[in-house]
Ligand binder design. Sequence first.
Ligand SMILES: *[C@@H]1O[C@H](CO)[C@@H](O)[C@H](O)[C@H]1NC(C)=O
Length: 382
Amino acid sequence: MHVLKALIVTSTLTFPALGQLDSWAKAAGLKYFGTAVDNPSLNNQAYMKIVRDADEFGQITPANGQKWSNTESGQGRFSYGTGDAIANVPKQTGQLLRCHTLVWYNQLPSWVSSSFSRDQMQRIITSHIQNVAGHYKGQCYAWDVVNEAMEDDGKFRQSPMYKAMGVDYITHSFKTAAQTDPGAKLYYNDFNIERCCNAKINATLVMLKTVIAAGARVDGVGMQGHSRVGKSPSKRELKDTMAAFSQLVDELAYTEIDIRHTKLPTTAADREQQAKDYLEVVGACLETPKCVGITVWDFTDQYSWIPGQYSGEGEACLWDKSLNKKPAYTSVISLLQSAASAGLRKTPAPTAPVSTVPLCCGQGADNHDTIDLISEQPRKLK
Ligand SMILES: *[C@@H]1O[C@H](CO)[C@@H](O)[C@H](O)[C@H]1NC(C)=O
């Protein structure tokens, strides 16, 4: 059964005149539809015209500008040039800024990667968060406080922070972020936690429970959502995962969506499949009351990180290299329009008491998804 079939326009909804992503996402009941933006693309005027169109994108994420290697390359030496260059865009347009990311094992300057005692590492994390989240205080709708702390097999990633402090580094990071910028929604963000239910999702649920029980405030879980055309998770699998996370946090978001072709050039059929795959993600978010928004990891193939990371793969975005919209864009707009017309999110789904809901997951879950979802990777800033 397709829940979006009904096309009943109610007078209480206001519909955007033009079919653009964020205006329709909002009409459908989401908080935003957003995109990552990286520093090298800031001087491309045709690209920036789309970025600054708040009807298209209601939310911006700096792809690299706020990462540790850019904000504190030497201990105690803070610099905000690359972060500010992106953060200044939503300041002018009124778009939401998702800030990304405070504590991550990758794109970490070498000085943080030495071995530190527990106390030393705690002071390093405190200082980094107080300075960086302090600098952006009041500007961030959300912060990805901790990024990619778990391995696919469910073990904790052996990052310099974990080696020094164990799971306490996560608790400490969230507590420090809450003290520094209490108004920002504090997120845990990771990849391969989309398709219900693998070992990583299960371990992430346990980790989050531990951190919350230790007194930290975790507002949201960000599911990155990098996947491959024809192999990306189904709406059912995505919703099952979000039902489990919904028991622990107030918000969920898809934070880095791209769905890449593994064979290039693509055929019309490939592009139609990609359009269908995008619909599964957008549909899952629309049908999950706590899902607030969707962010694509750049909107054009011109600036996608995929070809640089996966040779021979690409065309993962909603716009092609020449800034033309693809079938996936059209299908996403249509779904958002149907959801807005049906008033889909006006009726909150019934919530079962926590104790009666199994943590994870529904029938027919596929546990063998560890290869088709991938981590975001470092990319050089020009
Ligand atoms: C994850 O947890 C669920 C529910 O407890 C269980 O059915 C499933 O087998 C687990 N998956 C893995 C890979 O451990």
